[in-house]
Design a protein. Structure first.
Length: 114
């Protein structure tokens, strides 16, 4: 259940930006969440609704989530493919010499502030 920690991280990071830029209100925060990040989007939304009430800036702030697809790269044939569909084995050359390129991260993509 690292979703609560994620929400606190987002709140801390955005609050610092609010203070640095003398902003008073945040309309929305958009997070990109990787589909193999281990973060459950529904939990993020639930924790957000709870945590935002305990802050100075975010009582009416909407949390928007965008999924980042998991993509794996094959070092043998230099192709990428969807990780969830094929796993660690490359569907083009059947190699296991692969690594995840994207999809296990989360990022603050956008902040709508006033």
């Amino acid at each position: 259940m690292h979703e609560l920690g994620t929400i606190y991280y987002v709140i801390d990071a955005v609050e610092k930006l609010m203070v640095e830029n003398d902003l008073k209100k945040v309309g929305s925060i958009t997070l990109e969440v990787g589909e193999v990040s281990g973060i459950i989007p529904e939990y993020l939304q639930d924790f957000w609704l709870w945590a935002r009430e305990k802050t100075e800036y975010f009582k009416e702030t909407e949390l928007k989530l965008e999924k980042l697809d998991a993509v794996t790269y094959c070092q043998d044939c230099a192709k990428t493919y969807p990780t969830l569909k094929y796993g660690k084995t490359c569907p083009y050359c059947q190699s296991g010499n692969t690594f995840l390129v994207t999809g296990n991260e989360y990022n603050i993509k956008e902040i709508e502030a006033m």
